[in-house]
Design a protein around this ligand. Structure first.
Ligand SMILES: NC(=O)c1ccc[n+]([C@@H]2O[C@H](COP(=O)([O-])OP(=O)(O)OC[C@H]3O[C@@H](n4cnc5c(N)ncnc54)[C@H](OP(=O)(O)O)[C@@H]3O)[C@@H](O)[C@H]2O)c1
Length: 438
């Protein structure tokens, strides 16, 4: 008996998925039992890179999600609507779901997983984070013994590509973004990538799995890379750091009480970060992604690979399809979901505000070149309990003295208060950059 897939979308990921399903030889034998039943697209006139019988392709996506013959709906159309409604409709018709749509899951995950739980179907999303990198299943299964302490990832290929080129070529953000757009590495509207929103969607999903609770997306702190300048990249390099857009989810360093494990808070955030050049994430370059998971007792484990692309993302989609085919093949009853495949947590994780974060900072100041400026900066920081690792005048820019400060671990709220006071000092012209240090 063949398992029937209804594919919503035949773009980059849909095409890669169809190509694997049409060419199963030499892959997992179960793939030979999976068949593309119908494919939904927006336009029937487009030429396609994959050869499918024309009668399979339709613009009526509603008819796919309600087709009684379809076992698994694979949503690779993207966007919020109609993707959300189609997923919910498919669930209501008892279909299992595979999706690559981090944006929809990060926003409507609660609604979608509640509906799936009630209907006794699975929603699998390996391709939603890290493209081809298997990280969702390891978090659900292979790392199940661990108490996860943190997840730190480079999960957006576009920004990593831009930052890597800024570092190797010394160019400014705007110029390299424009070139990346020309070369097809950045979208015409790059907002979701360069403002960190895509990474925020992904870390919300990873945090939800790692810490077994739902995440409210608006509580994820998010800062993109538009403000990162060639000067900061160069100073970072001199100080032994590389600037990366990191997505981080970590438990606050508090003892967990066994009677109330939900009382803990998490930090979930996306921002450009100075990463020590010796850190494993510092060497992840170009469009590659990597996700470093720290757990007890395993220690650190890093997942690395292609974070996007037709073939790699389809590889992740197919792994979910295979898991579902295996469940269907072994005849597991619906309404009794396999606990290592499903996502059944209902409570929301408490997320601490960014002001509570304890981290090191790098800040660059432009000041008038007069005696005592470094002293007054030091005094302001001291007043707000910000202890400094180093404070140096590194040169001149536009007739202003350029001073770089690196702090020890400080509470972000205290650091921001010190900066507010520093901004009022007459000698201070501006603070062109503030970066957290890993
Ligand atoms: N591209 C990647 O490398 C990658 C990596 C990881 C995750 N993802 C995720 O995978 C999903 C798909 O991405 P993609 O890059 O494959 O997108 P894409 O190339 O733009 O393809 C989207 C497909 O969906 C169809 N579609 C979109 N809206 C539709 C609508 N309203 N009605 C009917 N058909 C519609 C399009 O039809 P037409 O072909 O007729 O226009 C197209 O075939 C997204 O959620 C994305 O975030 C992508």
């Amino acid at each position: 008996m063949a398992f029937k897939v209804g594919l919503l979308g035949l773009g980059t990921v849909g095409t890669g998925t169809a190509q694997i399903l049409l060419n199963p030889q030499g892959r997992h034998p179960l793939l030979q039992e999976i068949e593309i039943h119908r494919v939904g697209v927006r336009s029937l006139d487009k030429s396609r890179e994959v050869k499918l019988p024309p009668e399979l392709i339709t613009t009526d996506l509603e008819s796919i999600v309600s087709d009684p013959a379809v076992d698994i709906v694979v949503e690779v159309m993207g966007g919020l609507e109609p993707a959300r409604s189609l997923i919910l409709k498919a669930i209501a018709h008892g279909k299992h779901i595979v999706t690559a749509n981090k944006a929809a899951i990060a926003r409507y995950g609660a609604e979608i997983f509640t509906a799936a739980e009630e209907a006794g179907v699975y929603v699998l999303l390996e391709a939603a984070v890290g493209g081809g990198i298997p990280v969702i299943q390891p978090l659900k299964q292979s790392l199940g013994a661990n108490r996860i302490k943190s997840i730190t990832g480079i999960v957006n290929g576009t920004t990593n590509y831009i930052l890597t080129r800024m570092q190797t070529e010394g160019g400014e953000f705007g110029d390299i973004l424009a070139d990346a757009q020309k070369l097809g590495y950045a979208e015409a509207d790059p907002t979701a990538d360069v403002d960190g929103l895509d990474a925020a969607d992904k870390i919300a999903i990873l945090a939800s799995l790692a810490f077994a609770g739902r995440i409210k997306l608006p509580e994820v702190y998010c800062e993109g890379i538009r403000q990162v300048s060639a000067a900061d990249i160069a100073y970072a390099q001199k100080l032994g750091f590389t600037i990366k857009l990191l997505a981080v989810a970590q438990r606050e360093d508090k003892a967990l009480t066994a009677d109330n494990p939900e009382s803990e808070t998490l930090q979930v955030r996306v921002h450009p970060t100075m990463v020590p050049q010796t850190h494993p994430l510092a060497s992840i370059n170009g469009v590659y992604n990597a996700i470093l998971v720290e757990g007890e007792p395993i220690g650190q484990v890093m997942f690395f690979g292609p974070g996007a692309g037709s073939g790699p993302t389809a590889s992740a989609v197919i792994s979910d399809i295979l898991n579902l085919a295996a469940v269907l093949k072994t005849g597991q009853e619906t309404h009794r979901l396999h606990p290592l495949l499903s996502c059944i947590h209902q409570h929301y994780c408490a997320i601490a505000p960014i002001s509570e974060l304890v981290t090191r900072f790098y800040a660059r100041f432009l000041t008038n070149d007069r005696p005592g400026v470094i002293g007054s900066l030091g005094t302001c920081f001291g007043k707000h309990k910000v202890s400094l690792e180093s404070i140096v005048q590194i040169g001149f820019r536009d007739n202003l003295a350029e001073i770089v400060v690196v702090t020890h671990d400080v509470r972000e709220g205290n650091f921001r208060q010190a900066l507010d006071e520093i901004r009022t000092l007459e000698a201070v012209d501006s603070i062109p950059s503030i970066l957290r240090v890993l």
